[in-house]
Structure formats: structure tokens, C-alpha cells
Write a protein that binds this ligand. Structure first.
Ligand SMILES: [Zn+2]
Length: 78
């Protein structure tokens, strides 16, 4: 059986909710913890940074509102 994972922390949780991304016009499946922390998935922060420029995701990166390794400037370059 497929387990649905939280898009942000990648863990399988019983309670995943659909949440609209703050950065991109897509819907995300995230767990309560990630939603209440206002996290966005790390990959989404990277994609948004590439599409809209590093400035648009600066706050997410500075406040580390994502789970995973630090996002480096070079990752935001195409
Ligand atoms: Zn989560």
C-alpha cells in the first residue's frame, strides 16, 4: 500500500492536509507540524527561487522555513 508522505518533512503522517503553497500556485500535502510552522517543502523553495529570483525566497532561507540541508545560493541558479 502506498503511504502518502508529507511534502515538507517526507514523513508519513496520519493527518495530512492540503495546503496552498505560499510561493507557487500549487497545492501541497503537509502534516500539522509543517503547516503550523509555516514551512514550505525545500524543493519548492528552490524552484520558486529559480523562477522568481532569490529575493522572493530570501525570508524562507534566512528563517529556515523548510526541512533539510541548507539551501545554498548556487542552488538557486539555473
Ligand atoms: Zn511535515
Amino acid at each position: 500500500m502506498d503511504k502518502v508522505l508529507c511534502y515538507s518533512c517526507n514523513k508519513s503522517k496520519n493527518n495530512l492536509s492540503v495546503k496552498k503553497s505560499i510561493l507557487l500556485p500549487i497545492n501541497l500535502l503537509m502534516c500539522e507540524g509543517c503547516i503550523s510552522s509555516k514551512f514550505e517543502p525545500r524543493w519548492l523553495v528552490v524552484i520558486a527561487g529559480r523562477q522568481m529570483g532569490a529575493d522572493s525566497v530570501r525570508e524562507f532561507i534566512l528563517k529556515k522555513k523548510y526541512i533539510g540541508n541548507e539551501i545554498s545560493a548556487s542552488e538557486l541558479l539555473i
